[in-house]
Every structure is written in structure tokens, then in C-alpha cells.
Ligand binder design. Structure first.
Ligand code: NDP
Length: 334
């Protein structure tokens, strides 16, 4: 049983020596437990927060403990009457080959589903985040302009496609020409602007001639700075993530833009709302899955995945995620 543990806490961007690959015995089952063999492991930006000590909305991973993470697994052995050998489940086994569960944290999946990894992406937590954040907080209306940060990522790719289904004009923001091409040609965004371009703010302004009605924020930093002056009266900002800041160890230097930002929010009556997906919307998960399965089946939502083989490659893939090396939902085929 291979497992990847937190070897030390990062100071800034994670490094390979913050992780350690160990081999341990496969655990024995007690009554009521199931043994799970991981098929797919989801890698997500929130894991960076779990590597830090200190207060957050969820507890930190202890040094020496297995890195946390959502997984699709097969039931290898069962001493729980609710599960049989061969069942496929969505769970939270973390970065390891095998895990033991009492079953209460597991959701059964179709054992023969053709794309099990989708349960970690478009049909799982990131898709749910896109769906609830955009529709409940963003309240997009036909004809409005929606700007989507990290446009080709797990959440952003779904946000933009749902906004198109609702009749909006959708402008993505992504890192690099190839990601912008994917957003436009494969995901159906109207435009996509490269945030690495030296004239990024000007290009974004040109693409948003009618201003911005909804900004789906996943990034922060200079993307947010470029968006702020373009916001329309009564714009809505679902505040989903701030990945540009996750590795920060101190506040950024430079002018203090808070008064300017708060004045914009005041005079334009802007609504910005943070959310933590399962804490805020957990009871609506089944409603989301039913609707998203239908959209995917009908070809209305395209699936954008980045699959990396081998548990041993999880640390490198995760470090790359924080730098934008992934294109689409990052999943490890364990
Ligand atoms: P992605 O698949 O979008 O991967 C992260 C992407 O972020 C990278 O590919 C990169 O894309 C972009 N990025 C990284 N650093 C920067 C930077 N400095 N400036 C601009 N872009 C950057 O991840 P997810 O879709 O899984 O997550 C997106 C966001 O949503 C994260 O902030 C995450 O924390 C948040 N989230 C929040 C949830 C909640 O409940 N609130 C639930 C799930 C996710 P590019 O190359 O295009 O820049």
C-alpha cells in the first residue's frame, strides 16, 4: 500500500520535499468497515490550504499524515452489509492506494460508468461549485456579460459553459494562447484573454465593451485588478477562490487599493459573496448531479480533463496545478 504523506509544511510554493512516499501494510478490516482500492484521485487547489497550520474552514493535515483528497475507489473487501466487493464509490481516501472506511462518507457510483473520473470533476465537487456559485450567487441573465477566471480549469470550464446555456456572453481569462484556444473552440466561450499578456487589462476591457455583470472569481491578484474598473452597476461576484495568493507568505507590496475597491463596490452597488461549496449547498448535490448528467449526456457541457498516471506523480502534478500547468480537471489515475 503506497501512500503520500505531508513530510513538512511548505513556506511559499510547495516543493518535492514537502511530500514523502511511504509503503505500509494494507490495513485489516474490523466489523462494519470496507477496504477501498483507489482508482482515481482528485487534485484540487484547496489542498494547498490543508498543508498549512492555522485556522481555516477545515482542519490542516498533520505532518506525517496522508494527504487528503477525493477519490473514486472500488470496494476490495467488505465487512459492511451496505457494500459488496466490486462496488464503485466516491469517497475521501486521500493520496494512497488503499483506505478503510466505515461507509458513512461514501456515495455509491454506477459500477459500470464509462468515465468514473468525471465524478471528481464535471459531475462532482468542482462542477457543483461552478453550478451553485454561478447560478445562486452570480444570478446570470440572458444577454449579460460573464467573466470567468481560470477559464479552462475544473471549475471555470463548467462556469463558462453554464453561462452560455443561460444565454450570456462569456469571456474567459486563462494562462497562455493554447488554453485560450481551448476555451473558445472546445468550450464555446465567446472570448478568452491571456492573463500573461503585457496588455492583459486593455485586452479584457476591449472584450467587455458592455462592462461586466458577473465575475466568477477563482484567482484574485492582477486578474481581479483588471476586472474591477469594468464592473457594471449591480454586478455580482461569486467569490470562489484566490489561487494567485495561496502560496503567499506575506501581504503584497504596493499601493493600498482597498479604498478604491470599496468605493467601486459602494457606488456601483456590487454584491460579492464567498462560499464553501458543501458547507453552503450540500443538500442540493443530488439536484446538481441530475441536471449536470443531463447536460453532459446531451452534449451541452463538454468535459475537460487532465489525467496523469501514477500515484507517485501526484506531488509534481499538484505543484504544477498551482502554477497553471494543468489544462482541465486534474486527476491522478492511481
Ligand atoms: P483549476 O483546474 O482551475 O486549476 C488552477 C488554475 O488556476 C491553473 O490551471 C491556472 O490556470 C490558474 N492559476 C494558478 N495560479 C494563477 C495565478 N497566479 N493567476 C491566475 N491564474 C492562476 O482549479 P479548480 O477549478 O479546481 O479551482 C479553481 C478555483 O476554485 C481555486 O481557487 C479553488 O480554490 C476554488 N474552489 C473553491 C471551492 C469553494 O467551495 N469555494 C471549491 C472548489 C474550488 P491558468 O493557467 O489559466 O492561469
Amino acid at each position: 500500500n503506497r501512500r503520500i504523506v505531508l513530510n513538512s509544511r511548505p513556506d511559499g510554493a510547495p516543493r518535492p520535499d514537502n511530500f514523502r512516499l511511504e509503503t505500509v501494510d494494507i490495513p485489516e478490516l474490523a466489523a462494519g468497515e470496507v477496504l477501498l482500492r483507489t482508482e482515481y484521485l482528485s487534485l484540487d487547489p484547496y489542498m494547498r490550504g490543508r498543508m498549512n497550520d492555522g485556522p481555516s474552514y477545515a482542519p490542516a493535515v498533520a505532518v506525517g499524515d496522508v494527504m487528503v483528497g477525493g477519490t473514486v475507489s472500488r470496494v476490495e473487501q467488505s465487512k459492511n452489509s451496505g457494500f459488496a466487493e466490486g462496488d464503485r464509490v466516491l469517497g475521501y481516501s486521500g493520496w494512497q492506494d488503499f483506505a478503510v472506511s466505515r461507509g458513512t462518507d461514501l456515495i455509491k457510483l454506477d459500477a459500470n460508468m464509462p468515465h468514473p473520473s468525471w465524478a471528481l470533476g464535471v459531475l462532482g465537487m468542482p462542477g457543483f461549485t461552478a453550478y451553485m456559485g454561478l447560478l445562486e450567487i452570480g444570478q446570470p441573465k440572458a444577454g449579460e456579460t460573464v467573466v470567468v477566471a481560470a477559464a479552462t480549469g475544473a471549475v471555470g470550464s463548467v462556469v463558462g459553459q453554464i453561462a452560455k446555456l443561460k444565454g450570456c456572453r462569456v469571456v474567459g481569462v486563462a494562462g497562455g494562447a493554447e488554453k485560450c484556444r481551448i476555451a473558445r473552440e472546445e468550450l464555446g466561450f465567446d472570448e478568452c484573454i491571456d492573463h500573461r499578456a503585457s496588455d492583459f487589462a486593455e485586452q479584457l476591457a476591449a472584450a467587455c465593451g458592455d462592462g461586466i455583470d458577473v465575475y466568477f472569481e477563482s484567482v484574485g491578484g492582477k486578474v481581479f485588478d483588471a476586472v474591477t474598473p469594468l464592473l457594471n452597476v449591480k454586478a455580482r461576484i461569486p467569490l470562489c477562490g484566490l489561487i494567485a495568493n495561496y502560496n503567499d507568505t506575506e501581504p503584497p507590496a504596493g499601493p493600498d487599493l482597498r479604498p478604491q475597491l470599496m468605493m467601486t463596490m459602494l457606488v456601483k452597488r456590487i454584491k460579492m459573496q464567498g462560499f464553501i461549496i458543501f458547507d453552503d449547498y450540500g443538500p442540493r448535490y443530488n439536484e446538481f448531479v441530475a441536471e449536470m448528467e443531463k447536460w453532459v449526456r446531451e452534449g451541452k457541457v463538454q468535459v475537460n480533463e487532465d489525467i496523469v498516471d501514477g500515484l507517485e506523480n501526484a506531488p509534481e502534478a499538484f505543484m504544477g496545478l498551482l502554477k497553471g500547468n494543468n489544462s482541465g480537471k486534474l486527476v491522478i489515475r492511481v
